[in-house]
Design a protein around this ligand. Structure first.
Ligand code: NDP
Length: 326
């Protein structure tokens, strides 16, 4: 038997518990992996607590990320001993995920562990960090480069936000980090933020167009915050929108689009094509300083993952949670 978090549903309510599973219970797939590390992302916390409709079938092992070693493979691309990483593809939502000592998945979903990262470092990056890199790539694709002006990162002390601040500042952008936790200002400055602003400045409904400030933005919050960010973009500014931590609605007008030519670039990490994943991981190896890893990472035992999910949704987790599994 292997340790696993299992989410079951009864009488319309989902419930997560630590339990044992065996090989016979693993879902179909052509590669079986001994999971070394999984992680807790915002989506995992929604799944574990049942506070969001993340899990599509029950019972479900959550965990949208893992890093581990191939144990058995019927896929020609992978052999026992290969070190692999998985992010997304519906794992932890429709297919059993990484918060278990074994996982069985489709080989096409895996990417090789990117040198020079260790498996623990790859887990620290996880979906949050790889999504942050996808956001940076989107800014570049739309022409926002260092020197263009200030770039805002919202939800900056969380997983996606922290990695985005670290990458953008290493690349030479002038990064402004918006956070609801003033106590994390020093942390964000150490990651490279030039200025830390209070999230409160972004939460009240504002005008369709505000003073032009941001050349680029990475937004994990959505809702009114994203609307206000769009309203304050400079001419031809670009917002990479990837999250909904502050809400799903987008109370916005077309004014910033048709008068300032701004771009709202949507970011999805789950079904992102493999070539872009490989590009993002390659860029992470180049553009994320390994000396930030200690600061970015909190390690939580599998047995404590359920309690940590509540803490994450309450906005009390800084950076990334990694969960050693095997
Ligand atoms: P975290 O919980 O680590 O970080 C979210 C941060 O958002 C918090 O730390 C907090 O930052 C801020 N925040 C939380 N609640 C609110 C609120 N009500 N209003 C304003 N800000 C808030 O989550 P992740 O970094 O893992 O994920 C962030 C978002 O990105 C989530 O919505 C997640 O679903 C989404 N996501 C999307 C992906 C995609 O493929 N599109 C991939 C990965 C994540 P602070 O304390 O600094 O204010």
């Amino acid at each position: 038997m292997y340790d696993a978090i299992l989410i079951e549903k009864s009488a319309g309510t989902s419930h997560a518990r630590l339990t044992g599973i065996d090989d016979a219970q693993l879902p179909s797939g052509d590669v079986t992996i001994r999971v070394a590390y999984s992680t807790l992302n915002y989506k995992d916390a929604l799944a574990i607590t049942g506070k969001g409709p993340v899990v599509r079938n029950f019972p479900m092992v959550p965990g949208i990320d893992f890093a581990g070693v191939v144990e058995a493979s019927e896929n020609p691309d992978w052999k026992p001993g290969d070190r692999v990483v998985l992010n997304g593809w519906g794992v932890g939502e429709t297919h059993w995920g990484g918060l278990a000592a074994r996982a069985r998945v489709k080989g096409e979903w895996l990417v090789p562990l990117q040198a020079p990262f260790t498996m623990r470092q790859a887990a620290t990056i996880g979906t949050a960090g790889y999504t942050a890199m996808l956001c940076v790539l989107a800014l570049e694709r739309h022409g926002v480069y260092p020197g263009a002006g200030e770039v805002l990162v919202t939800g900056a002390a969380g997983g996606v936000g922290s990695v985005a601040v670290a990458i953008l500042s290493k690349l030479g952008y002038s990064v402004v980090a918006a956070t609801g936790r003033p106590a994390e200002a020093e942390y964000l400055t150490r990651l490279g933020a030039r200025e830390v602003m209070d999230r409160a400045a972004l939460v009240e409904p504002g005008k369709p167009l505000a003073r032009e400030r941001w050349a680029g933005a990475v937004d994990v919050v959505g809702g009114q915050v994203l609307a206000n960010v769009c309203a304050a973009m400079r001419y031809r500014g670009v917002v990479a929108a990837c999250g909904l931590a502050g809400g799903m609605a987008l109370p916005i007008t077309v004014a910033p689009f048709i008068l300032r030519g701004i771009t709202l670039a949507g970011i999805d990490s789950v079904m992102c094509p493999k070539a872009e994943r490989l590009e993002a991981w390659g860029r992470l190896a180049r553009d994320l300083d390994v000396h930030h890893f200690a600061e970015l990472t909190e390690e939580v035992a599998l047995a404590d993952a359920i309690a940590t999910a509540d803490r994450l949704l309450a906005g009390q987790v800084r950076g990334r949670i990694v969960v050693p599994v095997a």
